[in-house]
Design a binder for this molecule. Structure first.
Ligand code: HEC
Length: 128
């Protein structure tokens, strides 16, 4: 009698355990898929941007509209750092991540299309 009741408890416990395990597994799977899709889209964006040959002048006006408040009108730095010779320190991929990522507050993330991003890169290269 006592053995059968304890095994029922055991079975119940096992069922609960596998249920939780299953939920954790599904949650991890969803996280992984989201990460993968996001990563893939970022890669596509970077490839597209790097294929374009932007215009430094157009990039200059994008910079004036979005970046001068923190990096200064001549990109010599204000709240944010001086961006002259930034292209010697960071490669284009890293700069794209910096601008789109919002990984270093207070610098925000920017929603910028590949054409404008390419222009911005050309402008930053022209600062050297
Ligand atoms: C709200 C202020 C702000 C704005 C607007 C802003 N930045 Fe920044 N930016 C910063 C700060 C602060 C840092 C330094 C972050 C850190 O590394 O701690 C930074 C860092 C950077 C860096 C990396 C510098 C380095 O030495 O690693 C790049 C490149 C950059 N910004 C480009 C831009 C561009 C391009 C724009 C416009 C599209 C922009 N930022 C707009 C504040 C800003």
């Amino acid at each position: 009698m006592s053995t059968s009741s304890s095994s029922a408890v055991e079975r119940d416990f096992k069922r609960q355990f596998f249920k939780i395990l299953f939920i954790v597994f599904v949650a991890l799977l969803v996280c992984f898929l989201l990460f993968f899709v996001n990563h893939n889209e970022n890669n596509k964006y970077i490839m597209k941007t790097l294929k374009l040959n932007g215009s430094a002048e157009a990039g200059d006006s994008i910079f004036k509209m979005n970046c001068v408040g923190c990096h200064g009108i001549t990109a010599r730095g204000l709240v944010g750092p001086d961006l002259h010779s930034i292209t010697q320190r960071l490669n284009d991929k890293e700069i794209i991540k910096q601008v789109r990522g919002g990984l270093t507050p207070p610098m925000p993330s920017f929603e910028i299309d590949p054409v404008n991003m390419s222009n911005l890169l050309k402008y930053l290269h022209s600062l050297e």
